[in-house]
Design a protein around this ligand. Structure first.
Ligand code: CDP
Ligand code: MG
Length: 138
């Protein structure tokens, strides 16, 4: 059984689409096995996105991620990493398929409502970044 990390980013929380995003997981029979709201510091956002340290958007991205509360979740299911990436849609909402979360709710390439792990290795790092084993339901 695979797990992945989902974040409803600060723009999604501010715009009131937590329920819409969660509904899509439930409708897709993707199990939520951990969930909490947190307000990342700039340092925590930098640590989370360390793989993007050298990218031109890193400073703006980590400012954005530490600009308000976010909802972090662990999702579980067969092939959930790829299934959730498909539900999210492309990074740039203008290129995202119809009916994807980003196409429907994002307003900007940066403020794109959701994060999802892109591989088993990043899922492992990202889940452990925010959750300990007691916070994930068996
Ligand atoms: O989130 P995803 O895996 O689809 O994209 P990424 O390439 O891992 O980039 C991480 C995040 O950086 C994106 O979700 C955007 O919020 C932001 N980003 C940006 O602001 N400008 C870009 N040209 C690319 C990404
Ligand atoms: Mg990514």
């Amino acid at each position: 059984m695979e797990r992945t990390l989902s974040i409803i980013k600060p723009d999604g929380v501010k715009r009131g689409v937590i329920g819409d995003v969660v509904k899509r997981f439930e409708d897709s029979h993707i199990d939520i096995v951990a969930m909490k709201m947190l307000y990342m510091t700039k340092k925590q956002a930098q640590g989370f996105y360390a793989v993007h340290e050298e990218r031109p958007f890193f400073d703006s991205l980590t400012d954005f991620m530490s600009s308000g509360p976010a909802v972090v979740m662990v999702l579980e299911g067969e092939g959930v990493i790829a299934r959730y990436r498909k539900l999210m849609g492309a990074t740039n909402f203008e290129e995202a398929d119809e009916g994807t979360i980003r196409r429907d709710f994002a307003t900007d390439i940066e403020k794109n409502v959701v994060h999802g792990s892109d591989s088993p290795e990043s899922a492992d790092f990202e889940i452990n970044y925010f959750f300990n084993s007691f916070e994930i339901v068996a």
